[in-house]
Design a protein around this ligand. Structure first.
Ligand code: NDP
Length: 331
């Protein structure tokens, strides 16, 4: 039994005029009663953290709350044989940062079944440059490959390309030899997207709503991070036999489509969840990201922030203005 420790965290509270996060001193005695206590050195910023920090009850039911769906650091204490003190671990998804105090605090206590051992040669900071967004991008690519996608098939569209998931997806696909068309609403990110390996960068208007149920096929496959009507429009532009991996909803959770892309072109719509899937599936993708799917440009472009910058960085997510990967460094 470890004596309780005091630590710093970015805690969101409900106030008269909404929700706001600020630095607070917390105690590990108040963390949930799980098996593994982790000293978190780094976390990663995700759209879901912005929802939690803004009081979205679909993500976080009660406040005060410490967000952070990603965490990486050292195990301080463990009552599980599977995870040993001193081990470096990555924790992403499940309930972390939703209703379990998350990676925006210097300590978390979680079930052993949430902890992935850190890949060899990786630091906590490197793991958190990828974070849930990188894991999700990797899972999207895995789904496309499982459905038979091949670099020889032709262009692969990535929507929300400048975002956290989209930018990593662009780099992994380019590394694997795919011809990537990045679809982005940020003209000023075109060069950065090309540096990640995008062959072409197109504006969001290529996915503007059209009345026709099918359009000229422009892409062999797609990774959609935005959902809503852009996803419906992307499905209309996929070549026969192509696949679209879909993971996000920043443009809306509704999907209004006809069955025509599916029954006339045999298009596959592949759902991607990075949160509740078995730990072994996460571990497989982490190992790839630490190996042949590594994204050196994403790693080089990542922005490091401290807890004091969390408020403004999370607000940018909600406005669709966030770009690339942002890592929270607790030191
Ligand atoms: P980001 O905010 O970093 O990126 C989203 C990008 O989408 C933006 O940068 C922007 O890119 C584009 N965008 C934003 N608003 C709109 C809009 N209204 N219409 C069209 N495009 C828009 O978020 P993440 O990359 O972290 O996450 C993307 C989505 O994936 C979120 O919905 C998130 O909840 C989801 N997600 C799902 C996971 C899962 O397990 N299924 C795991 C992780 C994330 P641009 O300006 O380049 O167009």
């Amino acid at each position: 039994m470890t004596a309780s420790l005091e630590y710093q965290a970015w805690v969101v509270r409900e106030q008269d005029d909404g929700f706001a996060g600020q630095e607070a001193t917390c105690s590990t005695a108040d963390l949930p009663d799980h098996e593994v206590l982790v000293r978190v050195s780094h976390s990663s910023l995700n759209y879901k953290d912005a929802l939690s920090a803004s009081g979205n009850k679909g993500v976080t039911r009660s406040y005060p709350h410490t967000p952070g769906i990603d965490a990486a650091g050292d195990v301080v204490a463990s009552s599980s044989e599977a995870i040993q003190p001193g081990q470096k671990v990555i924790v992403t998804g499940y309930d972390l940062g939703m209703n379990t105090a998350g990676g925006f605090g210097e300590y978390i206590r979680v079930p052993a079944g949430w902890c992935v051992p850190m890949p060899a040669d990786w630091t906590a900071e490197t793991a958190m440059i990828y974070g849930t967004a990188g894991l999700t991008a990797g899972l999207c690519v895995s789904k496309l490959l499982m459905a038979g996608a091949d670099p020889g098939d032709g262009a692969v569209a990535v929507s929300g390309a400048s975002g956290a998931v989209g930018s990593v997806a662009v780099e992994i696909l380019a590394t694997l030899g795919f011809e990537v068309v990045a679809i982005s609403g940020k003209a000023d990110r075109a060069e950065a997207l090309k540096a990640l390996g995008a062959r072409d960068v197109q504006g969001r208007d290529v996915l503007n709503p059209e009345k026709k149920p099918l359009l000229k096929p422009a892409f062999a496959h797609g990774i959609d991070t935005v959902g809503g009507s852009p996803l419906a429009e992307l499905l209309k532009q996929i070549r026969p036999g192509g696949s679209v991996a879909c993971c996000g909803l920043v443009a809306g959770p509704q999907l209004e489509t006809t069955v025509l892309p599916f029954i006339l072109r045999g298009v596959n719509l592949l759902g991607v969840d990075s949160v509740e899937i078995p730990l072994a599936n996460k571990q497989e993708v982490w190992q790839k990201l630490a190996g042949s799917w590594a994204c050196p440009t994403t790693e080089g472009q990542a922005r490091r922030i401290g807890r004091g910058e969390l408020g403004s960085a999370l607000a940018a997510f909600l406005k669709g203005e966030s770009a690339g990967k942002i890592v929270l460094d607790h030191s």
